[in-house]
Design a protein around this ligand. Structure first.
Ligand SMILES: Cc1ncc(COP(=O)(O)O)c(C=O)c1O
Ligand SMILES: [Zn+2]
Length: 555
């Protein structure tokens, strides 16, 4: 395997020494691994067939000479999940989630830790220092534990206590800094210098960027399986697919930096034709990259006092990473975007309710960014989008749920027989009558989506009709409190259903929400005038608005 470590400042190429942090020629800390692509192309991708789907599958393109299996924890190889419900809500049929929660410590930082610790072990390192907003230290600690490396983890006091305890659980020393993350990094650097210890250098760590690029390889491979080989792909020279967009929440920016490098290498290998547009998303209260990019600045203006509850993303000074990422974002016609904490928490809740994926607030920032970019028309409905779900949830905070999120059953002190007591208690839990809703749509996915939105919040009894004819029968039979009606259906369409319901005194007053997939013409709108209570475009009903509409009509 041949690769060199190339200095980004003086161009000097040197062999890889995992424990050295500088270019031997000019002392720069900014270097990148460079592979002999022609040599790699000889075995890649034909060799992949015989390898498990994990990060080490791409070993030719990783800077580890002898990957040590005994250090592994099952890193990489995370699923690419199609987000059908969310895709329907956003009008984005090709929406995929790279589920990095499924790493060994539940965040995408496991890739970085797996490769970095493997390299440091090869380099004979036994003690190291890292500053972290939580997840990096958790991942490094897990792998360091296996490798017999002691980690000093410098975290800010705002890092959630559960994360600190997990770091400690793996045997690392937690050093809690009351100050900003940038200050914690400075203290960690000084500590490492005084003790002569190896220090993790964030995005300057060659192994970290190399590890992150495996996300790109996996996405390309998985999309090809899910969407089929692109045209021009042959057995002799197979080609992979790339999405139109890659979206990720960023703090220091290492993730997209690595992912971009991964796509570039695939392009050099002739495996893909184009690199996706990058969309790094930041939390509004600490968005130095977004603000600097909007101002057209080449260098980032640091944010000195981050004001976000999402501590994981609180890098105030991204330094050179911004300069590099800005170039990549511009070159790929991507965008930087920011979202408020509230938007992120809301996206976290929507993602969990609609897709069964419980992400931590930092990861939810990427989804809130997706919602914003779709609404702004920057991401188009025909585009393929991959969002990195970078990390798992913390214990979910109560403010997300509002009133009545638990129903309490108290069996203490009930003297009745267990069964009677249970039944009585359960009767208090469920209201005597649910609001009844008939959902009319000829596509099963649309019915499922609406059912899901209703189910996720509220007590609804839901009936489904798959055609206009069935709808008229069902409404006559069930007398629902509300009808949610699709317009475009074969044979008896939504207009005909409305006519039938309105002309029958029994059903004339039942409120109707029309949910349509396309903008209506003036003529169609005038046909609905006075006939319905509300008109929703299917693509953009994000569930809260929709539910408010439903509730107000049922009331
Ligand atoms: C869950 C999660 N998402 C996103 C990020 C941002 O990572 P970076 O900007 O370093 O790529 C982090 C960083 O720790 C994280 O833990
Ligand atoms: Zn140099």
């Amino acid at each position: 395997m041949s690769f060199v470590i190339r200095c980004l400042d003086c161009g000097h190429a040197a062999p890889f020494n995992p424990s050295s942090m500088h270019c031997p020629h000019c002392n720069s800390q900014w270097r990148a691994a460079e592979y002999d692509i022609n040599e790699v192309a000889r075995t890649f991708p034909s060799e992949l067939k015989n390898r498990p789907f994990d990060l080490w599958r791409y070993q030719e393109l990783l800077p580890i000479r002898n990957p040590n299996p005994s250090l592994r924890l099952g890193e990489g190889g995370t699923p690419l999940i199609q987000a059908v419900n969310l895709g329907m809500m956003l009008g984005l049929p090709n929406l995929f989630i790279k589920d990095e929660r499924q790493g060994p410590t539940s965040s995408f930082k496991d890739r970085q830790a797996a490769v970095t610790i493997a390299a440091l072990k090869e380099g004979g390192i036994t003690e190291m220092v890292a500053a972290s907003t939580g997840n990096v230290a958790i991942s490094l600690s897990a792998y360091a534990a296996r490798a017999g490396i002691k980690l000093w983890a410098f975290v800010t006091s705002l890092v959630p206590a559960v994360k600190m305890r997990e770091i400690a659980l793996y045997g690392s020393q937690v050093v809690k800094i009351t100050g900003s993350y940038d200050q914690a990094k400075q203290v960690a650097a000084e500590f490492a210098r005084q003790r002569g210890l190896y220090q993790d250098m964030g995005a300057r760590t060659v192994t970290a960027v190399e590890a992150m690029k495996t996300i790109a390889y996996e996405i390309a491979e998985q999309l090809t399986i899910l969407q089929g080989s692109p045209t021009g792909s042959t057995d002799e020279s197979p080609k992979w697919r790339t999405p139109d967009w890659y979206i990720q929440a960023v703090s220091g920016g290492m993730g997209p930096l690595g992912v971009y490098k991964g796509f570039c290498e695939l392009k050099q290998l002739g495996m893909i034709d184009r690199i996706p547009a990058l969309a790094p998303i930041q939390a509004e209260g600490c968005a130095p990259m977004v603000e600097s990019w909007r101002k057209g600045l080449e260098k980032a203006e640091p944010v000195l006092f981050p004001k976000t509850r999402i501590e994981t993303l609180a890098t105030g000074d991204p330094g050179r990473t911004y300069i590099m990422l800005r170039k990549q974002v511009n070159e790929t016609h991507g965008v930087f975007e920011s979202v408020s904490d509230e938007e992120a928490f809301r996206a976290m809740h929507v993602l969990a309710k609609m897709e069964g994926i419980s992400a931590e607030p930092a990861a939810a920032v990427a989804f809130a960014g997706l919602f914003k970019l779709v609404r702004a028309g920057i991401i188009k409905s025909n585009e393929t989008v991959v969002v990195n779900c970078t990390g798992h949830t913390l214990p979910a905070e109560q403010f997300l749920f509002g009133e009545g999120w638990t129903r309490d059953v108290d069996l203490q002190g009930t003297s009745a027989t267990p069964q009677d007591g249970l039944l009585a208690a359960l009767n208090n839990v469920t209201p005597s009558r649910f609001s009844r809703v008939v959902v009319v749509d000829d596509t099963p996915e649309a019915r499922r989506l609406i059912r899901r939105i209703l189910q996720s919040q509220g007590d609804f009894e839901i009936f489904e009709a798959t055609s206009g004819r069935e709808a008229i029968e069902l409404v006559n039979k069930e007398h629902p409190d509300l009808v949610i009606l699709d317009l475009m259906m074969p044979e008896v369409d939504g207009f005909a259903v409305l006519d039938a319901l309105r002309s029958n005194p029994d059903t004339a007053n039942i409120p109707v929400i029309v949910a349509t997939a396309k903008e209506l013409t003036m003529d169609e709108k005038s046909r609905l005038q006075g006939q319905i209570q509300s008109l929703m475009l299917k693509g953009d009903f994000l569930n809260d608005e929709f539910l408010e509409e439903v509730r107000s009509l049922i009331r």
